[in-house]
Design a binder for this molecule. Sequence first.
Ligand code: KG4
Ligand code: ZN
Length: 340
Amino acid sequence: MRVTILGIESSCDDTSAAVIEDGVLLSNRIANQQVHAEFGGVVPELASRAHQQNIIPVVQAALRDAGKTAADLNAVAFTRGPGLMGALLVGTSFAKGLALSLGIPLIDVNHLHAHILSLFLARRGETQRFPRFPFLCLLVSGGHTQLVIMKSPLEMEIIGQTIDDAAGEAFDKCAKVMGLPYPGGPMIDKLAATGNPDAYAFSRAVISGLDFSFSGLKTSFLYFLRDRVKEEPDFVNAHLEDLSASIQSAIIGSLTQKLIRASRETGIREIGVAGGVSANSGLKKAVQGLGEKEGWQVYIPALQYATDNAAMIAITGYHKFLNGEFSEQDITPVARFDQL
Ligand code: KG4
Ligand code: ZN
């Protein structure tokens, strides 16, 4: 029997639907929400409304792209959390209704687990180079920064995480103080390409073990800019590239330092990087470079699978389906990771 799974993602500001058949990706539709741009960040109420408007057309388009109809589906997988409650409710309610009406199982998916399994996404004919278990994953997104040992597709152990801001949040907040639009991560990445990463040094927090901290870096960046702007009002605009390259280098330095330590401590050399920040070209280059030095096999998702998407929800749903892990109709979304 073929196993065909519909995945639905609505945890933040992207409404997405995807179809996976026997572990192979058939379609992945994403509707980005433009309504937040003018507010400098995601407005939860606007996100929920946009999900409501987008979800039916996005699901229809994903089925159409896959050459499937709802009757072909074996299960509906959806993001249960973490994320914005109102946004999660739209995807959860839609998934429940669809599964109930089709008489097929419902599968809840942890968004962070799904980011990690994005390393296993491929369409037919796409290069298939997947991590071997156990592998170590640096998960870096807008809301989370974690070091995770993946023992199998469904078994994960968190061995380190941020004690304050996430890496993506650090990018976005530093971009905001430079007056760049939200989300700032991709903007900093672009500007950094022509800047000098050693132009400025910002104090990095020293945190024991495998945990991370980014709030000190953000504060140090803020105070540095404030002092410089006093002397030279146009300082930020005049040095955007160097500032971007320097802050990016500081964030990457904190991430790779702990990744090296985790690999040496665990002896694991199969290394994955996942989550929105894995799209950062400086981080990719740094981890690839370390791969050569440390003898790592490095896996980083293609850009379309790095940021939020439903393909990663569908592949996680596929593995849960194979393992018989289903949800009941009374399941509710969960906003925070520690409550999942
Ligand atoms: O995984 P994701 O799409 O959503 C969450 O689950 O949070 O991650 C979004 C985060 C944002 O903070 C965004 O600025 C960051 O990923 N991001 C980047 C880049 N592309 C996305 N950060 C740095 N460089 C990039 N190229
Ligand atoms: Zn995400």
